[in-house]
Each structure stands twice: as C-alpha cells, then as structure tokens.
Design a protein around this ligand. Structure first.
Ligand code: DCP
Ligand code: CA
Ligand code: CA
Length: 350
C-alpha cells in the first residue's frame, strides 16, 4: 500500500486575497459572503490566523466577527479567482506524476507508492516550497499510510506545517488524540462513544467490534480498524479522463474580441499540450463563456474524426465562442476537448 501525502492550503480564500493585496497582510482579515457595503449581514467564510487569535472562525456571522474585533479587514469572496488559484495548485501537484485525488477546492491527496517515509518527507518539503515560490501561498502537509491519517496529520500540523505519522508515531498519536478529531465522528457519535468510555482514538479498541457494528453500522468497522492503526482509504485518481479543459478570466481590455481570440489561442495550446502528454486525441470541442453578470453559456460540437491538432481545436472553438460573445460583456472563457481516445488504442480500433 502506498503512502499518502495530503496537502491542505492555509486560510485559503484569505491567503489568496493577501497574495493580490499584500497591504492586507499582518492584520486580522476575513473573507465573507456579502458586499463590503453590506458586510454586517453575511457570514465569514474564512479568516487569516491573526483574526483567529480573536476567536473569529469560518461560518460565523460577520456581525459577530466585528464584535470580536472591530478593526477587522473585510473582503467579499471572489469564487472565480479562488477557483483559478485552485486549478493552478492542482495542475502543479498533478505534474509531479503521482496519482492525485482532488478532495476539495483547497486540498488534495497524492499516492506516492513505495517511496518510503524519508523520501516522501523530502518531497513534501519541496511541494511546500514550490507552492510558496510559484503561487505565494502557504500550505500544510500530512503524510501517512492512508488518506484519513494523512489528513489528520495535516490538521494537526496547521498552519504552515509538515507532519509525518509513520508506524511509530501513529500509535502514540492514536493514544493521545481525542476521538472527536476522527473524520466522520460528529457530535452524536461522539456522545455515544463517550458513553462507552472512549476518550482517545485508541480506546475504541477496548470495545467489542460487534457492538461497534451494532451501534454504527459499517462505520463501526472502520472505526475499529482506524483505532488499530489500519487506514485503508486510498487515493482515487481520475483514471478515465472524460475531457480536458482550461479556462481563464479576461482582464477586461478595451477590445474584448481581440482579447478573447488571443486568450483562446493560449488555452487551446494548453489543452493540446495536456492531450499530448497523455497521448490522447479528441473527437469533440466545447466552449464556455461566463458573462459579467455570472450567467454562463456553453456550446459543443462533435467532429466526424479524431484529431490532436491545435488548428482543429482552435478553429472550432473560436467560431463557437464568437457566436456567444457578440452581444454580452464576457468575464471568463473556457475551452474543452472531449470524446477523448487513446492514440494507440484508436489505431487498433480502425
Ligand atoms: N469555506 C467556506 N465556508 C466554510 C468553510 C470554508 O466558504 N464554512 C471556504 C473558505 C476556505 C476554504 O473553503 O478558505 C477552505 O476551507 P478550509 O476548511 O480548508 O479552511 P481554510 O483553508 O480557510 O483554513 P485552514 O485550512 O488553514 O484551517
Ligand atoms: Ca485549508
Ligand atoms: Ca480544506
């Protein structure tokens, strides 16, 4: 079974804002759902660690956050921007060449196989460094035998940390960690487990596994395994790639059509590069346009042949996107190659 390296970005939305507005750094900052003008109505989506010192947390009404710290800096969330940063992180991680599973907008697990703890630790240090250098963002990394323990190691090492739970440390960790830290143990399960005398994760081993299954169903079996240091959660990578797409936000230049055309060239080149890397061809082209009011339109077109040509991708994409971008002001465009086939496999077929 392969080791898992688990990466979770630190205070993600707020870190993205600090990156593009460095003047926000160093003082409490929250990112929330509502406009700055109407900021007392919304909810805090996240905040930097300076704000956490005052007890501010994700999910808290913004009003409460301002009560906790009246000079709080506040920014409205910009989902499109965080998505782009997320894509850049995932692209970098997948370029490492290991199976990768994206777990959420700001976290991913990679399976480094039989690399061993020493090498995995070195790789994790490099990943932290590269994400900081290339993207200007801090992250925390956990390493262990499965996704659950690797994520828990990551949680424990936050922020800007790195923690490896190898066999030796894992047992100590299970003995000293409160059972409510286990992913999946909510307040109900926690009450039940407490009533059974369970405090640490390792304490679960004192309970008859049949009783655990009675109480918790198949989750009971998993609890028993985890408590014994067995984590079978594996990285599930997107093995069957259904499409390859790239998208980007426009800068909003005067001549929108010109900007769209040149951005489409760049995006098409990126898609072709990704196809070539995977030795794949496409039999369909799609485009997506997001307008300034956040509405979206898509178009796609199946081809009567398979191709890996940039010209085929670009010319189809550009004609569809012109049609969509004539009338409205565009904020973001995307291009997609689909009906993918393996180049060697295709030749065998025909
Ligand atoms: N998020 C949200 N609403 C929530 C929780 C999170 O919109 N109630 C968003 C904002 C977060 C992002 O998801 O930046 C990632 O969530 P995390 O739980 O990973 O938290 P952070 O990355 O913000 O902080 P950290 O991981 O350092 O604790
Ligand atoms: Ca995070
Ligand atoms: Ca996360």
């Amino acid at each position: 079974m392969g080791l898992v390296i688990y990466i979770d970005m630190d205070y993600f939305f707020a870190a993205c804002e600090e990156k593009r507005h460095p003047e926000l750094k160093g003082r409490p900052l929250a990112v929330g759902t509502s406009d700055s003008a109407d900021k007392l109505r919304g909810v805090v989506q996240t905040c930097n660690y300076e704000a956490r010192k005052y007890g501010i947390r994700s999910g808290m009404p913004t009003l409460k956050a301002f009560q906790l710290y009246k000079d709080l800096q506040y920014v409205k969330a910009d989902d499109a921007y965080y998505e782009e940063v997320s894509n850049a992180i995932m692209e970098y991680l997948s370029s490492l060449g290991f199976p990768l599973e994206k777990m959420s907008i700001d976290e991913a697990a990679i399976d480094v196989g039989d690399l061993g703890y020493g090498k995995a630790n070195e790789l994790a240090e490099r990943i932290k460094e590269e994400i900081k250098q290339r993207l200007g963002l801090p992250c925390t990394i956990g390493i262990s035998i499965g996704k659950v323990f690797a994520k828990m190691a990551c949680d424990k090492a936050k922020p800007d940390g790195l923690l490896t739970l190898d066999e030796v440390h894992l047992h100590e960790f299970l003995k000293s960690t409160d059972v409510k830290k286990l992913p999946g143990v909510g307040s109900k399960s926690y009450e039940k487990l407490s009533a059974m005398g369970v405090k640490s994760i390792a304490d679960i081993r004192n309970i008859d596994p049949l009783r655990l299954v009675d109480e918790f169903g198949s989750f009971g079996r998993e609890l028993y395994a985890l408590a014994g240091g067995i984590d079978e959660s594996k990285v599930v990578s997107e093995e069957r790639v259904l499409s390859i797409s790239r998208e980007r936000t426009l800068r909003g230049l005067e001549d929108q059509q010109k900007e769209i055309d040149s951005m489409l060239e760049v995006l098409s080149k990126e898609v072709i590069a990704e196809l070539n890397k995977r030795k794949m061809e496409f039999g369909g082209v799609g485009v997506k346009v997001r307008y300034v009011d956040f509405s979206e339109k898509v178009r796609d077109r199946s081809l009567s042949y398979y191709s890996n040509s940039y010209d085929v991708l670009y010319s189809n994409a550009v004609s569809m996107i012109r049609e969509l971008s004539r009338a409205n002001k565009v904020r973001k465009i995307g291009v997609k190659a689909y009906r993918l086939g393996n180049m060697s496999g295709q030749k065998k077929l025909f």
